[in-house]
Design a protein around this ligand. Structure first.
Ligand code: AMP
Ligand code: ZN
Length: 306
């Protein structure tokens, strides 16, 4: 792991005990993942898919970028500007670049003329789904299973807090009643699943890391309405992280993207899984070699290795 205090790498490569763990790079919160870690990620995908086998989901793989307009429109820019990664590129001519190019080797300000593009980095896997429902009148729940590589410009880099990480989400768009029941069902199901993986789970009412003067108000309103519930488990000695969250957005996305369900403004809920965090929690509990994990744990991951 990268030690944010010293800015150095802490004995990752040489210690056989941590051989299966993510490898630190020169930048905090960005890791390289060895094969044995990816085997665990594959098992998690399999376990989540097995849990969702009885849901008629549309499966979508989400790219690591999303339309900037969609993210602006969805309210993310105003509430989480500190986490959003923007995509910029050089749009000047080759003459203008000559002088700037010389600055690259000196670590100078070669990027002074970079302009923001029509893309931003994906902050959560469910965002692109809501736009696909634009102007639709749904005659029943619509369900999706998505996975994407997400980016968040996190300020700290303790264990389990990455800047680039993978998120699987189950998403539903339906009526308010349906979305609330669906979320309660999935919260129950996922806590049971995490326990069957041998993990100690706490379910807590939570809030998102809003930014700016409205922060306290947004967080209090979110907590009061219990819009976000987190499943928190130990990912290392003394470190507990949310490995999954069950969210209810009320009619926020239905209003934003003008979709309805059974005659009312569309409501949405999502069940989000952080793959790296669950993998770290499993390694913490059972060791990095998934081949030697207890049978019950492997059974809860869809019956074994793929
Ligand atoms: P959230 O949208 O913040 O509820 O995130 C959904 C899930 O993604 C969380 O429960 C975590 O498991 C995972 N996640 C969120 N932020 C990070 C991060 N910085 N590093 C690793 N996983 C994360
Ligand atoms: Zn979501």
């Amino acid at each position: 792991m990268f030690d944010s205090q010293t800015g150095g790498h802490v004995g990752v490569a040489d210690d056989p005990d941590v051989a299966g763990r993510p490898l630190a790079t020169g930048v905090p919160g960005v890791y390289l993942f060895p094969g044995s870690f990816e085997t665990i990620i594959g098992l998690l995908r399999q376990g989540i898919a097995a849990m969702a086998a009885d849901e008629p989901v549309r499966r979508l793989h989400i790219p690591p970028v999303i339309s900037r307009r969609v993210i602006e429109h969805a309210g993310y820019v105003k509430t989480f500007p500190h986490l959003l990664g923007t995509v910029h590129s050089y749009t000047g001519d080759s003459c203008g670049w000559q002088a700037l190019a010389e600055l690259v080797d000196e670590g100078g300000d070669w990027h002074a003329q970079q302009r923001i593009s029509d893309l931003v980095l994906l902050p959560a896997a469910c965002y692109p789904v809501y736009e696909t429902l634009t102007d639709q009148a749904l005659d029943g729940p619509r369900k999706f299973a998505v996975e994407g590589n997400c980016f968040r410009q996190e300020a700290t880099s303790e264990i389990g807090r990455l800047r680039s990480f993978r998120m699987v989400e189950l998403v539903t768009a339906a009526t308010a009643d349906y979305c609330l029941q669906w979320r309660a069902h999935w919260l129950e199901r996922v806590s049971g699943w995490l326990r069957s993986l041998g993990l100690h789970v706490d379910v807590e009412v939570a809030d998102d890391p809003f930014f700016g003067p409205g922060k306290k108000l947004f967080q209090a309103a979110q907590r009061m309405q219990e819009l976000k519930l987190e499943l928190r488990v130990p990912v290392a000695d003394g470190v507990v992280q949310a490995v999954a969250s069950a969210n209810y957005h009320k009619d926020h996305f239905g209003e934003t993207f003008r979709f309805s369900c059974d005659g009312e403004v569309g409501n949405t809920s999502c069940m989000a899984f952080g793959l790296e965090r669950i993998a770290l929690a499993l390694i913490n509990a059972h060791g990095p070699d998934s081949g030697s994990w207890p049978d019950g744990v492997l059974a809860a991951l869809g019956g074994g290795h793929d």
